[in-house]
Design a binder for this molecule. Structure first.
Ligand SMILES: CC(C)(COP(=O)(O)OP(=O)(O)OC[C@H]1O[C@@H](n2cnc3c(N)ncnc32)[C@H](O)[C@@H]1OP(=O)(O)O)[C@@H](O)C(=O)NCCC(=O)NCCS
Length: 147
């Protein structure tokens, strides 16, 4: 079930972060900020009547900007390759359109083949490359899609 994330999802979100992003994941404080204060939409794919979060996606908006930013998307390894990310991304795009955004933008690690194939398979096009974007020195590829 895809729904808006709630504060009570924090334990499940932390577990998802730890498993989906072993090297570079959000802390509890960062998640709490994103859940309660950020200008955006935090979606989860949650198992019905359990605390298990199978996947999450975070969209951020800026004032007076027609571009929404896909800040994060991650699927728990136990639930990958079932179409969850594609479904969540589609929902993000619909919600961005409802917020009058015409473009979705995102950054992804250059070497993240799975994510890049996901984005390219649903129409995202490369806009640029930012060297040493991540703290470990990895480059980011920037993508955009007209919604
Ligand atoms: C990238 C990620 C979100 C994909 O989630 P997923 O639910 O497994 O993806 P889906 O099942 O929806 O697959 C959609 C498409 O993505 C691509 N894809 C997904 N996993 C892939 C893999 N391991 N290798 C190559 N392509 C892959 C394929 O194009 C796939 O389409 P197809 O099944 O028709 O071939 C997931 O692997 C993940 O959470 N990775 C760790 C966190 C991360 O890297 N997040 C993205 C950067 S913020």
């Amino acid at each position: 079930m895809i729904r808006l994330a709630e504060k009570s999802d924090l334990p499940g979100l932390l577990e998802l972060e730890r498993r989906a992003f072993p090297k570079d994941h959000f802390t509890r404080a960062q998640l709490l900020h994103l859940l309660t204060r950020a200008s955006g939409i935090f979606l989860v794919d949650a198992m019905f009547q359990t605390s298990t979060i199978r996947a999450s996606a975070i969209l951020l908006f800026r004032k007076n900007s027609g571009t929404a930013r896909l800040y994060s998307i991650g699927v728990h390894p136990d639930y990958q390759a079932r179409g969850l990310a594609r479904r969540l991304l589609r929902r993000c795009e619909i919600l961005a359109r409802l917020r009058r955004c015409r473009t979705m933008a995102l950054e992804v690690r250059e070497e993240n083949r799975a994510a890049r194939r996901l984005y390219e398979s649903v129409g995202y096009v490369i806009r640029g490359r930012i060297p040493e974007y991540y703290s470990d020195g990895a480059a980011a590829i920037t993508y955009e899609k007209q919604l």
